[in-house]
Design a protein. Structure first.
Ligand code: FMN
Ligand code: SF4
Ligand code: SF4
Ligand code: SF4
Ligand code: FES
Lengths: 435, 829
């Protein structure tokens, strides 16, 4: 299997610029700056079929094109390294082990968009990464890959790290931009989209860490070579970060379209402690849960959508039969309630309401009417919120209630959990300990 | 234009409108709680969601652009269900304390809950409980009721340019709060209160005074400044209990400032005059109208007979209606037989009038309230427009948001300087030199040749000669600014697509003079922009109208020039060598606001007969022989003419205080007592006459008036500071100090001094200082701030108690009558 992103991962000094260059790094940048026009690069990225790795899976080439067609200058290049989606820890590996590939990807993007200023918006909870990134940026400046005269081609691009303050919503691109500008991290009205009016109302590209890390490979090989990887609709490789009830959790770089079964059983060694698989959350907490019979679903945008879920960030959370669905979604809802920015009514008030009812069900205090109310509220939140945070909160609950209906009803009917042996129950610690 | 279908109705709207705007413009109502026409769409409340064909989800109509061919449905069962749920969601944590809420009856949340049927309480949750904060003098916060629509935050920052409040906390815990939960540090415009859809923000003066359904509302014109905002007065049993702005009404379209919103209680001031007073045995005693009129007629006739009508003068009022002012000058001219008619505008607006007539040949130059919008560059000349004309000032902020470059010349930090693109911190009173400097650069760079008018106007070569003396280096040196920065600023102004210059010349502002106005007029002519690019607003509610009514020693009503020699102006009446023998003052208080207090006092004390007609017992009235109580604004009908020349009627909504009557009636009756025939017997007749009054517009003829910069009273060792006088946003002239609300919030006189100067002189913030000039001294509290520059003192002239006008002087020349003073701490804070 071809590794694009984790290729040098075993090298303990992979984060150093010398090692990166030794392994062929910054060649793509040189190639781009010397032999390609900005147009060429945008065309190539479009042709490669690369789709964003941050969650929404939007065509990266199209995004760049929109921004480049906007006549306003300066344009800003922003890397979304907020990595807040529960279950996700794949950008962290790039940031820690391969920061130069991210930087190289961003400089190529800057060249393609004639941008002179870039920011890496870093998750607050990754303080150690800030140092790694700043060191890497310093190295890149010293070698002339960043600065006012990059590769002596009179091309200017300056890059710095901006640390977030610990809000999940700031991973949403417009909230991120607000936060970057020093404002309150609330999402903005779209349209206008960031490609036309982003940071300081100027055209702005926001891409995920992993998305940028793919750019050098596409530029130095060819769009065609890239599209040989993965599927037609979803070319390339993807970092999957698997957690939960598997023997061998971790980050794996695999081609898009790899079946879920292969990920869980071949790469992660199957379910731990010989337990049975209960469900899979395939792309981070905001994606809908899959049942064990969907285990053969290929992991790409279209196939997951067909199964009523999403690829999201590629964070696969595996659940076994010791885990209580009600408890998991009560905990999830607490997360969404806590992280709701408070801008829109359905999310701000709805997540709290849903959490209250879930808590009641979990505590054995609910009746059937509560279940109906819960579903009704979720339906009235879904599709009405300002941004995808609240939307996700409602959707994942609805699909869990549909796919694990029995478990919810059991709680209501018998005032206790179906997962009978309390010692086995995942999460038998008190919820507050988990926080 | 685009066409879309909303609820099966085809509607056409401009491109760029949102669906909600398209619907509202076509009388299709979509509920909305976080949208306001003045603000950027927020999209938070989700009340305005509608269905759009082809879209899987409902979309927020307030923020989604309308598009050609769109098919919108605003009242499907799905939408109805969704609205009901939104209301339900909003009520979860709502305290449901409607019975004690002042907003009940005017609350959007209440209305929407009624509209969408009673919702069952499907959830038990703890109610929101946020401590009430009540330290702001005007604004009551009750955050438990807040629905987080964000409008207060947005109106304060986006529209008002203040940013006193914002959200703190996240999600459910979000609260509207001033920075660090400190005391609200704001300008008290109350815009946030008006815009709050629920009872989370309230007007403190109105608190628990009345249920909204007992209120009667009527519209009136604000009596404070010359913008002429429409205020909606909520009254209970004829008493004003609160004031609102309504988005569809008046020139202000819902905007109001602190005076307009909280200052209307001036009509209930304790020192309102209830009966006529006549001086007997040294004291003023109450009497009947008959007696007062009789005594007045006898004594006035005596003076006219013994000394001649030329020894009598009258002073009109920029705060009184056209009717009162017209009748006053009729009385002076026809009954007394004198043209000795003037007003406080002599120190201010009359200079504007002079400049306009000298340079453009026009008899008046009304401003246009929308003038800043769409201009490439807007030059603000030593004027604090957001304080003197607050709601007009908002147009400057709006213009900037729409792309205009705002250039501010002025030593003091103001809201406009904070929101400017270029701010030159000039020495007080020197902007005139910079204006000459801009003209120097314009001619040097041949900017003026882009139009043929500018060189053709009379005196071009004289102007050219004059401005030769103001090369950038010299102009910048006089103004105390960096030469390159000055050149940069001039370029921004001269190269703009379109331009405008604005300056206010209020009667208590001493940092500009006639020559500043003339120079600005020369400039707009030179750049070919013409008179409409010069915006010099009248100051008070009826300054413009008063002037038009003929309160002037030189002009009759309708600006008609007097044939023969003019009457005495204020300088001659009060400050001249041979003061008058009798004076009638209507609606003004020279002792508290006119310059050179000692001289004024002496002149008034020497009068054989002083008649004061006012709504309250002013300091001046205390010296009078006869005092006549006039009914105030809102106690009588009247007409005000705003700075844009718009006549607006003020309505009677309250019964007059005591025996006070309308000014026109006083003069009608007095005319009878003087054995003459009144020109009008009824208000209708008077009004008909005024509305048919011919206006002599003058003949537009451009003529440069080259004027040199002049320093009238330079500083020296003994008096090393320049004292600039002006108005505050919260107070102007003598009216606002009558308001209990405004006076409680802004109680007393103070001056501002720069922090470096203060440190050097050992003056501490809040201490008492003695300020002294060549004419007198005053003792006053000091505010140490970096809002003013070094070497400067700013003194608001609203508080008679401080007698700051003892320091200033009346100046008839063209320069800016700045005062050189010394300052010294006498008592620490
Ligand atoms: C609530 C929320 C949180 C998000 N968090 C992240 C994140 O942590 N990292 C990320 O790359 N994208 C995140 N996104 C997606 C971004 O809005 C955006 O789509 C993405 O950064 C675009 O980059 P891409 O096209 O390279 O995927 C989040 C979106 C939402 C709605
Ligand atoms: S759905 Fe609404 S409240 Fe929730 S995070 Fe998005 S904007 Fe904020
Ligand atoms: S009163 Fe005016 S300045 Fe004060 S917070 Fe409200 S909107 Fe802002
Ligand atoms: S205080 Fe009023 S205007 Fe401000 S957010 Fe709350 S409800 Fe809206
Ligand atoms: S009015 Fe549209 S979301 Fe509030």
């Amino acid at each position: 299997m071809k590794n694009i992103i984790l290729k040098n991962i075993e090298n303990p000094n992979s984060h150093r610029i010398e090692e990166y260059i030794k392994a062929g790094g910054y060649f793509a940048l040189e190639h781009a700056v010397n032999e390609m026009t900005p147009r060429d690069i945008i065309d190539d990225i479009k042709k490669s079929g690369l789709r964003g790795r941050g969650g929404a899976g939007f065509s990266t080439g199209m995004k760049w094109q929109f921004a480049s067609l906007d006549p306003k200058f300066p344009k800003y290049i922003v890397c979304n390294a907020d990595e807040g989606e529960p279950g996700t820890f794949k950008d962290r590996v790039i940031l820690e082990k391969n920061p130069h590939q991210l930087i190289e990807g961003m400089v190529i993007t800057a060249y393609a968009l004639q941008s002179v200023r870039g920011y890496i918006y870093l998750r607050a909870e990754y303080p150690h990464v800030e140092k790694i990134l700043n060191d890497a940026i310093q190295e890149a400046y010293a070698k002339g890959f960043l600065g006012n005269d990059i590769m002596s081609r009179h091309f200017r691009f300056n890059l710095s790290v901006h640390r977030g303050a610990g809000a999940y919503i700031c991973g949403e691109e417009t909230a991120l931009i607000n936060s970057l500008e020093g404002r309150r991290g609330d999402p903005r009205v779209k349209p206008p989209f960031p490609v036309n009016s982003g940071a300081w109302s100027k055209p702005t590209i926001v891409n995920n860490v992993e998305t940028y890390a793919n750019i050098p490979y596409i530029v130095e090989t060819s769009p065609k070579a890239y599209s040989f990887l993965g599927t037609r609709d979803a070319p390339g490789t993807k970092l999957f970060c698997v957690s939960g009830a598997v023997k061998n959790p971790g980050v794996f770089e695999l081609q898009l379209g790899t079946p879920l079964r292969e990920i869980i059983y071949d790469h992660c060694g199957g379910i731990r402690n010989g337990r049975a698989l209960k469900g899979i959350i395939p792309g981070g907490l905001s994606t809908s849960i899959l049942t064990p019979d969907m285990i053969d679903c290929p992991m790409d945008f279209a196939n997951l959508a067909r199964h009523g879920s999403m690829l999201g960030s590629g964070a696969v959370i595996v659940l076994d039969d010791t885990m209580c669905i009600v408890k998991i979604y009560e905990r999830a809802m607490r997360f969404f309630e806590h992280e709701s920015c408070g801008k829109c009514t359905p999310c701000r008030e709805g997540t709290g309401w849903m959490r209250t009812i879930l808590r009641r069900i979990e505590d054995g205090m609910a009746d059937m009417e509560d279940l109906a109310t819960l579903e009704d509220v979720a339906h009235n939140v879904a599709g009405k919120t300002f941004c995808p945070l609240g939307e996700g909160a409602a959707q994942v609950l609805l699909s869990a209630m549909k796919r694990y209906r029995g478990e919810f009803e059991y709680h209501v009917k018998y005032k206790k959990c179906e997962v009978t042996d309390p010692s086995l129950r995942w999460g038998h610690m008190s919820m507050d300990e988990l926080d | 234009m685009i066409e879309l279908t909303i609820d099966d109705i085809k509607v056409k709207v401009e491109k760029g409108q949102t669906i909600l705007q398209a619907a509202l413009a076509n009388n299709i109502y979509i509920p909305h709680m976080c949208w306001d026409p003045r603000l950027k769409p927020y999209g938070g409340c989700r009340m305005c969601l509608v269905e759009i064909e082809g879209q899987p989800r409902p979309l927020a109509s307030c923020s989604y652009p309308a598009d050609n061919g769109m098919i919108v449905r605003t009242n499907t069962p799905r939408v109805a269900k969704l609205r009901k749920t939104m209301v339900e969601l909003l009520l979860i944590h709502h305290p449901l304390d409607c019975p004690t809420c002042d907003k009940a009856g005017q609350c959007s949340l209440q209305d929407l809950s009624h509209q969408h049927g009673p919702s069952q309480n499907r959830i038990q949750e703890e109610k929101h409980s946020v401590a009430r904060r009540t330290r702001n003098p005007f604004i009551e916060r009750n955050q438990s009721r807040c629905i987080l629509c964000g409008k207060c935050v947005a109106v304060c920052w986006e529209h008002q340019g203040v940013g006193a409040i914002n959200f703190i906390g996240r999600g459910f815990d979000t609260k509207v709060s001033p920075a660090f939960e400190e005391v609200l540090d704001c300008e008290f415009c109350g815009q946030c209160v008006d815009i709050c859809p629920v009872g989370a923000l309230g007007n403190k003066p109105f608190k628990h005074s009345c249920s909204t359904w007992f209120l009667e509302s009527s519209d009136n014109i604000c009596p404070y400044c010359s913008v002429g905002c429409t205020v909606t007065l909520d009254t209970r049993e004829g008493k004003i209990v609160s004031t609102r702005g309504i988005a569809t009404k008046g020139v202000n379209k819902g905007d109001l400032c602190v005076k307009g919103r909280y200052g209307m209680d001036f009509i209930y001031a304790e020192n309102r005059l209830k009966k006529p007073l006549v001086r007997k045995n040294g004291g003023l005693v109450e009497t009947t109208w008959e007696d007062a009129m009789h005594v007045l007629a006898v004594r006035l006739n005596d003076v006219i007979r013994d000394k001649g009508p030329g020894r009598v003068g009258v002073i009109g009022s920029p705060k009184f209606s056209n009717e009162s002012n017209y009748m006053l000058q009729e009385f002076a001219r026809k009954v007394i037989g004198t043209n000795n008619i003037d007003s406080s505008a002599c120190f201010g607006f009359s200079k504007v009038q002079k400049a306009v007539s000298q340079v453009f040949g026009l008899s008046s130059l009304p401003i246009s309230l929308d003038s800043p919008i769409g201009k490439g560059a807007v030059l603000v000349i030593e004027s604090d427009i957001t304080s003197t004309h607050p709601v007009w000032g908002l147009k400057f902020l709006e213009a900037r948001k729409k792309g205009s470059k705002i250039i501010v010349l002025g030593p003091r930090e103001t809201k406009l300087s904070r929101h400017s693109d270029v701010w030159l911190r000039v020495r007080p009173g020197t902007s005139h030199a910079l204006l000459n400097g801009i003209m120097h650069l314009a001619i040097e760079g041949a900017y003026h040749l882009k139009n043929h008018m500018s060189t053709a106007a009379t005196n071009f070569s004289e102007l050219e000669e004059l401005v030769k003396g103001y090369p950038p280096g010299r102009a910048a040196e006089i103004a105390g600014v960096d030469t390159d920065e000055f050149i940069e600023m001039a370029k921004v102004y001269l190269t703009a697509e379109s331009r405008m210059a604005a300056l206010s010349l209020g009667s208590v502002e001493n940092n500009k003079g006639l020559n500043t106005a003339i120079s600005a007029a020369n400039l707009v002519m030179l750049t070919g922009d013409g008179p409409s690019a010069l915006q010099m607003p009248a100051d008070y509610a009826n300054t413009f109208g008063m002037w038009q009514m003929g309160i002037s020693p030189e002009n009759l009503p309708g600006y008609k020039k007097i044939e023969g020699s003019p009457g005495k102006n204020l300088f001659q009446m009060l400050y001249g060598k041979k003061p008058l023998d009798a004076l009638l003052i209507m609606g003004d208080d020279p002792l508290s606001t006119y310059p050179d207090l000692k001289k004024v006092e002496e002149a008034l004390r020497n009068l054989q007969l002083l008649i004061v007609q006012d709504i309250r017992l002013t300091d001046t009235a205390r010296l009078a022989h006869i005092v006549l109580p006039e009914a105030s604004w809102a106690e009588k009908e009247g007409t005000f003419t705003n700075a844009a020349g718009l006549h607006q009627t003020t309505e009677k909504i309250s019964t007059p205080t005591g025996d006070s009557i309308a000014g026109w009636q006083i003069f009608r009756n007095l005319t009878r007592y003087m054995n003459s025939t009144p020109p009008f017997e009824s208000l209708t007749a008077l009004r008909d006459h005024l509305s048919d009054m011919p206006i002599d517009k003058g003949k537009e003829k451009w003529q440069y008036v080259p004027v040199h910069y002049e320093e009238v009273e330079p500083v020296d060792k003994q008096y090393p500071f320049i004292m600039v006088t002006g108005n505050l946003m919260q107070h102007s002239g003598a009216l606002s100090v009558m308001s209990k609300n405004l006076s409680e919030a802004f109680p007393g006189a103070f001056i501002q001094i720069n922090d470096t100067d203060a440190a050097r002189l050992g003056i501490t913030d809040g201490s008492t200082v003695r300020v002294e000039s060549r004419r007198g001294a005053a003792t006053v509290t000091v505010e140490v701030t970096d809002e003013v520059t070094q070497g400067m003192i700013f003194a608001p002239i609203n508080f008679a108690t401080a007698r700051l006008n003892e320091l200033t002087y009346a100046y008839e020349g063209g320069g800016a009558p700045l005062t050189a003073v010394s300052i010294q701490q006498v008592q620490s804070a």
